[in-house]
Design a protein around this ligand. Structure first.
Ligand code: CTP
Length: 402
């Protein structure tokens, strides 16, 4: 989701950098909006480097008015978070004064407002400040308490800005209603594997990693603690809890099997090589003769082993596999689901040029215990959302059963 992070001129402004990072780690997009006085505490360039977005510091900056940015931004953000919020911005918001970008953004947006006030204790206790906070609270604003609590016992805290973790958690609570994936540990594999033939050659495949990366990003957005095990790709990694880079099927096998015991969900979106050179040549293989024979050996079937392990133990993570097919897509996927003891198989018709490998869209059929569900061609992030909605349903059903 898109969050406008307003930063105003208080000593706690440096902590807002950590807030931006924390929000990004949870899969959110952050655009920083700094007041003039905030820039005296932290440089805009710091936020720019973290958010990888232009930082708004001035209402009348050149280029800012071409698309009336405060209106454009106001209608696209999911949350306006101000941390730290000084007595000055609190007063301006309470009274509808719009004399800089941040205060104007507030009056122009319908997104929820979350404030993390920070100021000296005397100021915090002042009648005027308390009245302004009450006005904003009555209007629906939410707060992250500084010190010891506004709601429970009045403004008796020290006024120090709340810790970044608390602020991120408060933002999450507003943005994300409790969903079944929240706090669940999810492992996603993505990308191809490269099986080395010699020091310069390998056997690979056309997987870009996009589908797996979209699932990892969407799971993080739904509050899951995501571990992404990825083969070699060139696309940008999503903000998730942990990224484990691997190259070969054997490395992916090790990375997944050693972690799967701790997971509630494993999604095998990687295009794992089924065969690998029986031996990797130490030196570059020289040209010799008209034909060359490579001896390949079957790689361990990671999803299959996870399924076996689950059957043997009578429990384990929910398993989602992918099936790249070129014919009889649904029948093959159904057989694969049974064979590998997976909960869901996402079947991909890779013979289509507008879906599957190395494109942004995908048309899949999701096969589960109840049958097959063919989804229309759509973006990989929407497909990821459809898959995870079904995973959430299964998690809920499991919880009910227990
Ligand atoms: N997979 C795996 N380990 C492997 C190969 C594949 O975990 N060594 C996973 C893939 O990540 C995918 C699923 O298994 O989720 C299906 O892969 P696929 O190669 O299509 O399945 P196979 O059972 O090998 O069937 P086929 O005979 O069609 O190749």
């Amino acid at each position: 989701m898109l969050i406008a992070l307003g930063v105003t001129g208080g000593i706690g402004a440096y902590k807002a950098v950590e807030v931006a990072r924390g929000l990004q780690k949870r899969g959110h997009d952050v655009v920083a909006v700094m007041t003039h006085s905030a820039t005296r505490f932290v440089g805009a360039v710091t936020f720019e480097a973290i958010t990888r977005r232009h930082v708004i510091t001035d209402q009348f900056e050149m280029g800012m008015n071409a698309d009336i940015e405060h209106i454009a931004l106001a209608s696209t953000i999911d949350l306006l978070l101000i941390a730290p919020a000084t007595a000055n911005i609190i007063a301006k918001l309470a009274h509808g004064i719009a004399d800089d970008f941040l205060s104007t953004l507030y009056t122009a947006t319908r997104a929820p407002l979350l404030l993390a006030p920070a100021m000296n204790t005397q100021m915090l206790e002042h009648e005027a400040v308390r009245a302004n906070l009450n006005t904003l609270a009555a209007r629906g604003a939410r707060f992250v308490d500084p010190g010891e609590g506004y709601l429970a016992c009045g403004w008796i805290g020290k006024g120090r800005l709340a810790e970044p973790d608390e602020i991120v958690a408060a933002a999450e609570a507003i943005l994300r209603p409790e969903g079944p994936l929240r706090g669940q540990r999810v492992l996603v594999t993505a990308g191809p594997t490269y099986e080395d033939v010699d020091p310069v050659r390998f056997i690979g495949n056309r997987s870009s990693g996009r589908m797996g990366y979209a699932i990892a990003a969407e799971a993080a957005r739904r509050g899951a603690e995501v571990t992404l095990v990825t083969g070699p790709t060139t696309i940008e990694a999503p903000a998730v809890r942990q990224i484990v880079k691997v190259r070969s099927a054997a490395q992916m096998h090790e990375a997944v099997m050693s972690r799967a015991g701790d997971m509630q969900v494993v999604v095998m979106a990687a295009a794992v090589a089924d065969y690998s050179p029986a031996a990797r040549a130490e030196q570059k293989v020289a040209k010799d003769g008209d034909t060359l024979t490579l001896l390949l050996r079957k790689t361990p079937d990671i999803l299959g082993e996870l399924g076996q392990r689950r059957v043997a133990k009578g429990g384990g993570p929910l398993l989602v596999g992918f099936a790249a097919e070129t014919e009889d897509v649904v029948a093959h996927a159904m057989a694969k689901r049974e064979r590998k003891h997976a909960d869901l198989i996402v079947a991909n018709d890779v013979s289509r040029s507008d879906a599957g490998f190395d494109v942004d869209s995908n048309a899949v059929t999701i096969v589960g215990a109840e049958g097959a569900d063919a989804l229309p061609l759509q973006s990989k992030s929407r497909v990821a959302s459809e898959i995870l909605t079904r995973v959430e349903r299964l998690l809920t059903a499991r919880a009910v059963k227990v």
